[in-house]
Every structure is written in structure tokens, then in C-alpha cells.
Design a protein around this ligand. Sequence first.
Ligand code: ZN
Length: 311
Amino acid sequence: MGKLEQQVKELLVNQKQTWELARDNYVALDKIQTRRLKYTDRDVLLQFNPERIRSSAAKVDKASLDARPCFFCHRPKEQQSIIYNRDFEILVNPYPIFQEHLTIPLLRHEQQQIKPYIGDMLDIAWNLPSYAVFYNGPKCGASAPDHMHFQAGICSGFPIVQEWKQIEKQELWNKNGVQLYSLKKTQPTSLFFLSNDKEKLVEFFESIYELLEIKENEYEPRMNLLTWIEDNRWVICLFPRQESRPSCFYKEGEANILVSPATVEMSGLFIFPLEKDFRKVSEIDIQTIWKEVSLSEEQLEGLICQIKGFN
Ligand SMILES: [Zn+2]
């Protein structure tokens, strides 16, 4: 185990002992109910986690953000951190989804944006190889879109990390030390980048980023990102997004499902803060949620055509 990973494991043990909020929520996580759905060739794991209501129902419009203190800039006195590099620090998430759940905020208050920090994301994944590092875009599940941050969870917690090799894929690019795949006929729309060369991977990611649409009044393409280390190289899974929330989020009565898809949901782990949703959700619901928030088939085909045109 590398030095940083050792320090992080110690931080987790320490915070679970000394910080009451974290201790109670990690103990509660152990007893949490889960349910498994088999969706075509994918496994979907459902988790009933009432503490996550903060995140799933978070109001992230500008007025609501301005009205609350930033939870990365104003922290409980018990929360400790490990400074990572000149820009980031590593914290224990006190409202966990995984038994090892980290938040990795920027040291200064600055809006959530991936482009300047994709290299840092790859570095963090390299230094913490038993974790998958993830990024939720400002309109794609981030509950602090006003303060740049990553999160990380233990790799075994993400169905896609376990399964992606077995899912039928289409190779879109294999040149200059970078490979790119898309999944065939399966939701959600996703692109997989593989390389052991950080600079080339960053460059290639940036060229794909440039192809994605930026919606009016927004500053980056909507996306979720997950990265981890496998066979001494990086795997980046990019979920290009269309909608922030699925239609069921806004429906009344029986048809309502309180879910705000972020990277974990796109990766096959669905968090439901309300028991009614956890009990009733079906494979069809999951398929519909993924479809509504992802790029359409046609949009993906258009993107693939442009990628194939690269030299
Ligand atoms: Zn802040």
C-alpha cells in the first residue's frame, strides 16, 4: 500500500472513532438495506440511505447556494484533512455511501469545473489505487457546485468498475497510446478511455470535451466522470449528460421517485433516501432514468462520427 493510501486509511479509522457524526453514520451504513436488480447484462445495486436526503433533494440554484454557508469552507471542528498537493485536500465524507468515502475539495472556494483539474483527478486515482475517484458536474449531481471537489469510494462499491470488461463494447479509437470504447446497446451512454500515459490521456479527454455541447447559461458540458487504476493504467469512464434530473423526480403521487442521478447512479449504484422509492423501483424505472438523463442514441452517434474523424 502506498504512503498516501495508508494515511487515508488511518484518517478513516481515526474520524470514525473521534467524530460522532461520522461514527454514527458509518455504523448506520453497515446496517443499511440494499437490493439487487438484474438489468440486461448489468447489475444494479439499490441502497436505502435516509441520510442522503441532503444530497438527493439539495437545492443547487444560485439563490439557495448564496443563502447557505459553503460546507467545505465552514467545517465542523472535528473534521480533519490530509493536504494532497498544492490544490487539494482529502476529507472523510460524514454522510457516506461507501464504507470508505472521501471528499477531495480544492483548497480555495472556486466553482465546480473539470477542465483545469482533470490531471489532478488522474494523479489522485494513481496515488489511491484501491479507490475510484469521481466528479459530478455542477448540473449533474454535485451538491456543492460552488466549490470544486472530487469524491472517492472504494472500487468494489461501483458495479461498473467490476463489470465493464464483460459488457459488449465498440472500439472508437486506438492510437497514440490511448484507447476509447463506447458500450453497445446499453444505457447509460458512456465512453471509456484507457491509457498509461497521463499527458496523452489528458489531451485526448480535452479533445472529446471540446465536442460536447455546453447549454445556454452554463460553463461546461454536462457530465459525470469516474476514474480508477487497472493493470497499471487509468480507466476513465465518462457519462455525457443531457438532463440534471429525470422526469420522475418532478412527478406527483405514486409516480414520484426522489433520485438525483450522479456518478454513483450512472455507475450502477442507486441511492434512495426514501423507503417508498427503494421498495418500488423496477428495472424499467432504472432504464428510463438512465435514458432520460443521458445523451440520446442520435447524439452519441453524432459524437462517435466526430471522434472517428480525428487524425
Ligand atoms: Zn467553499
